[in-house]
Design a protein around this ligand. Structure first.
Ligand SMILES: Nc1nc2c(ncn2[C@@H]2O[C@H](COP(=O)(O)OP(=O)(O)O)[C@@H](O)[C@H]2O)c(=O)[nH]1
Ligand SMILES: [Mg+2]
Length: 259
């Protein structure tokens, strides 16, 4: 069977690296797949030996900071630029070799969504990779950040902006579901913008409510998440990975004929 890639994308601290690790372990241990793990985070400090490609061996934001006396954000942005400029060499390292084939390549992305996807580097890099290795993206929402309804439209925009940059499917999940008492509430808001607009209208928070409602009207003209899965990769509270796997399968992420 041919290998496929799954890319974790989302705002800083949303849990990309945690889900990347948990989902890789799930695919290996629960499903018996051969998995390769790739980190494209130039700021990562990875101490595990089981990672197959760690971009910091080629491009490290810490090294850029030290070399040029830059701050962390400038270094991360430059690292994303370099990743794109050196893509031929790096794509070669990510692709599974014929002598050690894998079923899935799981890819972690930099902490900062904006410097990677909303700049002309990360999305173009991933679109080039998709030409060689069919990709699916898991887009993470943070259940804790979803507690205040006026903030939800901005998060929906980030998801939409990401989806429209990629030439492959994006599957949204609500991560850290273990940290909120009722994840169903935020899931309802993400999946039903009309109800969300009503709640924001009643909240009467002034100009931020107006902006949020107007944003929802703009988003309504585009595709917004129709189905969002609650997941958690917290140790001892891991949930939703089986459902995520099934959804990715449904969307053609994986070859159903080999299961
Ligand atoms: N409770 C809980 N904490 C999480 C979950 N996912 C990530 N975290 C924590 O959130 C923080 C950021 O996670 P990380 O995976 O580094 O986020 P990233 O910046 O998106 O890669 C860490 O302290 C994680 O332990 C989750 O599902 N539940
Ligand atoms: Mg990370």
């Amino acid at each position: 069977m041919d290998a496929r890639g799954i890319v974790m994308v989302g705002p800083a601290g949303v849990g990309k690296t945690s889900l990347w690790q948990a989902f890789a372990a799930f695919l290996k241990q629960e499903k018996g797949f051969a998995v390769s793990r790739v980190s494209l985070d130039p700021g990562a400090d990875i101490r595990t030996t089981s990672i197959d490609y760690d971009v910091t061996t080629d491009i490290s934001s810490r090294q850029l900071m030290a070399n040029y006396n830059w701050g962390p954000n400038g270094a991360i942005l430059e690292a994303s630029r370099q990743l794109f400029l050196r893509r031929e060499e790096i794509l070669e390292k990510i692709l599974p070799s014929t002598d050690s084939p894998v079923d899935y390549v799981l890819i972690d992305t930099p902490g900062q969504l904006d410097s990677f996807v909303l700049q002309p580097f990360g999305a173009n890099f991933l679109n080039d990779l998709h030409e060689l290795l069919p990709l699916s993206c898991v887009y993470l929402y943070d259940a804790v950040a979803m507690q205040d309804p006026v903030n939800v439209p901005a998060q929906l925009f980030l998801n939409a902006a990401t989806s429209f940059q990629f030439n492959f499917d994006v599957t949204p999940v609500l991560n850290k579901a273990d940290l909120v008492a009722e994840p169903e509430e935020a899931l309802g808001w993400l999946q039903d913008p009309q109800t969300l607009a009503e709640i924001i209208r009643h909240a009467k928070r002034g100009v931020i409510s107006d902006l949020a409602i107007e944003s929802l009207e703009v988003l309504a003209q585009f595709r917004v998440p129709t189905r969002v899965l609650p997941v958690s990769s917290a140790e001892g509270h891991t949930t939703g990975l089986e459902d995520l796997f099934d959804l990715l399968e449904e969307q053609g992420c994986s070859c159903g004929d080999r299961l």
